[in-house]
Design a protein. Structure first.
Lengths: 199, 199
């Protein structure tokens, strides 16, 4: 009878290796998949494999890509003097959707977090500094998330960028467009006031 | 460039269909898998498929099994007059490990939870009542978890079992063996006192 549980135990073990999923959650997920139609499990397995087969990280900017280097890094029409540093590949997509930025990117793959044990060596910081060697990049735009981890990361990067002859900027903090001033949190409102500009 | 993200988006979508996993967590999991060695993704996909291929639920007791009915339901040496009702397949395994129970089981696959929207029709209660028809079962042992959902489920089952001519019992609440009385929570200690027995 115990033999029956082995395939379940194996899946539970595999799921529990994912971040934020403990043995209890892994168990719940495994039994959920058993109860659902076979198609859900097949879709999941297929999606995992096809993603790993077709998607990789650009060895220059670490954005997700099907070819290496990625289309953005290879595009000669992109402004080679601007480097926008973000935490995740999805942040690149968010900027691309704006159609307001035509420079290059660098994806850190995370943010510094002493709590989660994520240090500088866990992020793509070394490769980022390596890209400054050629002298082509003149401005590094820090676009980490506006939270504690993102701000800590930005401050750390600023220190590391000091020896380099580049301008270091950070994207603006302020009121979100379409938002309501009355409902803005005090930190955002305070930064919006501090960063006010002449019209 | 947007084409690259499609396999990632598909995996995020599949993961987000699992309980307790929202789009943000699904994204984090997908990027984690991309960063890890290919083997982890392969193991995960393989484990999902092989579990679904080799494991199913017994159509009698709803325990996990490779054959239907399961080995416990088919075993003539098990006491056919006892039916132990549990929430999950792993509870069956827990009881089997004790080697102190030789009756049959019925797995509800969950517990009543108005908060999570789990009602009687979501559990295997109908099939459980159906098993009482033959008259072979003389005692139903309620072994749901000792928490609010489990207790609610036990009380509901007690009501539903009233029309049947069976003894309904519940496994004992009390101090866990090896525990320290000083550190026992007051509810457990209170129940241990109430359920005291003659020596």
């Amino acid at each position: 009878m115990y033999g029956n549980i082995e395939p379940v135990a194996r899946l539970v073990h595999a799921l529990a290796r994912l971040p934020g999923i403990g043995p209890k959650t892994a168990q719940r997920l495994a039994f959920f998949l058993l109860r659902q139609p076979l198609e859900l499990s097949q879709e999941l397995a297929e999606a995992v494999l096809s993603m790993r087969e077709t998607v990789a990280f650009c060895s220059t900017c670490f954005h997700i890509t099907a070819e290496d280097p990625c289309q953005i890094c290879r595009d000669p029409r992109r402004d080679q003097s601007l480097l926008c540093v973000v935490e995740e590949p999805l942040d690149v997509l968010a900027f691309e959707r704006t159609r307001r930025y035509r420079g290059l990117y660098h994806v850190l793959h995370g943010a510094l977090s002493p709590v989660e044990g994520i240090g500088p060596d866990d992020l793509k910081i070394g490769p980022m500094l390596g890209r400054l060697g050629s002298g082509a990049i003149q401005e590094v735009i820090l676009a980490t998330n506006p939270n504690i981890e993102g701000d800590t990361t930005a401050q750390y990067l600023m220190q590391r960028l000091k020896p380099y002859n580049v301008r270091v900027t950070q994207i603006a903090r302020g009121l979100p467009v379409g938002g309501d001033l009355e409902y803005a949190d005090e930190v955002t409102l305070g930064q919006a006031m501090e960063n006010r500009r002449d019209l």
